[in-house]
Design a protein around this ligand. Structure first.
Ligand SMILES: *[C@@H]1O[C@H](CO)[C@@H](O)[C@H](O)[C@H]1NC(C)=O
Ligand SMILES: *[C@@H]1O[C@H](CO)[C@@H](O)[C@H](O)[C@H]1NC(C)=O
Length: 146
């Protein structure tokens, strides 16, 4: 009986652990630790600006469907047509993982996949919102004050 009463609370706690909205400086510390500062010549400002416009730093964000039915997953909105599998439609699955693995509060796998994405010729232009809102701008404010 006791266990039955506790079960809903237990799952509530788990659910809370899984999704997370980062604060900017908290995200910067992790990006720095994972050596993204200067990765392919992109600054921390590029990464933080991109994550802000893609997901508002929300690790559980799932984007609205693209024209081909694919969707973006997690803080970097990694897309299901190229980089992960959501079990729905064709995918190149370049990062060899399920899209839902990008929705928890541990973003180390998101970062590993993002590092793979910028290896491609498009580099950070793979993220349309980065191209539209961050590219070629003074991004120093994005990484300042932490
Ligand atoms: C984060 O994204 C999830 C999934 O879209 C949404 O339910 C949640 O409200 C978002 N959190 C914030 C603080 O915007
Ligand atoms: C999906 O990823 C590819 C490769 O990074 C990129 O070229 C494309 O713009 C992305 N598509 C969407 C709809 O985000």
């Amino acid at each position: 009986m006791k266990i039955q009463l506790l079960a809903p609370l237990f799952f509530l706690l788990i659910a809370e652990n899984e999704a997370k909205v980062f604060r900017r400086c908290e995200l910067i510390r992790i990006l720095e630790k994972e050596a993204l500062n200067g990765y392919y010549d992109y600054s921390l400002g590029d990464w933080v600006c991109m994550a802000y416009y893609e997901s508002r730093y929300n690790t559980s964000a799932v984007g609205p469907p693209n024209s081909d039915g694919s969707m973006g997953y997690g803080i970097f909105q990694i897309n299901s047509s190229w980089w992960c599998s959501n079990g729905d439609g064709m995918t190149a699955n370049g990062c060899q993982t399920s899209c839902s693995s990008f929705l928890d509060d541990d973003i180390s796998n998101d970062i590993q996949c993002a590092k793979r994405i910028v290896c491609d010729p498009n580099k950070m232009d793979a993220w349309v919102s980065w191209t539209n809102s961050c590219k070629g701008r003074d991004l120093s404010q994005w990484s300042a004050g932490c």
